[in-house]
Design a protein around this ligand. Sequence first.
Ligand SMILES: [Zn+2]
Length: 346
Amino acid sequence: MRTPPYFVGIDVGGQSIKAGVVDDLGKPQSQVDVPTEAFKGQEHGLAQMAVAAERAIAAAGLSVKDIAGIGVATPGTMDIPAGVILEPPNLRPWKNVPVRAYIQQRLGRPTTFQNDANAAAYGEYWVGAGQGARSLVLFTLGTGIGCGIIVDDIIIEGAHSHGAEVGHVVIQMKDGRMCGCGQPGHLEAYASARALVKQARHLLATTPKSTSLRKTAIMETVQQAATPEEEETLDARHALLVFQAAAAGDELARALVDEAAYALAIGAVDMMHTIDPDRIIFAGGMISAGPAFLERIKKYIKMHAFPVPAAKTEVLYAALGNQAGLIGAAGCARRAARGGLRAASA
Ligand SMILES: [Zn+2]
């Protein structure tokens, strides 16, 4: 059973481009992966996006005329209204890439363009852990922390396409740890999978404390020249070692997990006191840590938020896994085609 009209979502990552047809109820009808091969240049990258879309349409048994709209999501930096990627660190050496115009011209269908973290948030808003809510903040915990904010079906892009970068809010003003972006004290430097692993290694190297982490693979050095996706997988796997040790009662691992949970709670409370969303949602490799981690975050949120939002804001894990970006990108195309999430279709 599938429900037309159909939309194509394209989720561009550093290593691979995922594309899929999604029906009007948000159900994926196909999914294909093609390599991004960013190093081959942006013309090649654009062609790969189109190839991914064409294969996804064929895999769903449809032709391009059956497609009501296409949504593309990519990492930043970007100019969202212009439909252009500016200078993406994950897609070197691309520069000023006219993604929306290219895809729209090549496939001949209306095309929308969005930041990948925003698209993931929109996917969860449409048919995931945010379904039915008016507003949400999504934190995706990986090598970095991606974030998306949706309020009343509006994606908070910001005036300069740099809105919702909550991984880079300052949570430590004095002697803050250095963030991947080059500024100190950001949330990402305390609560991403990479931050957790980095801090674990730092403690193992600087304290004589006995901990089961010493016997694990966490001390294996990260391979050089790893692709962003390989780094993501490796960081998630190493972070999981910390969570497992914590669950088994290891004191040092518990302190590390507690610190990450506390940092995330502070980031969440900052957002609760800014926009007061219905839901705060956590996604990414780190949520495989399971319910204990979420309970820890919730405990600190309750301690630090105003009483009413502390009691009423739902805090939960995401539901769509790594399909959130693709579904959300298609959701953005659907939203553009019908003039809103809940507007009647034309
Ligand atoms: Zn930062």
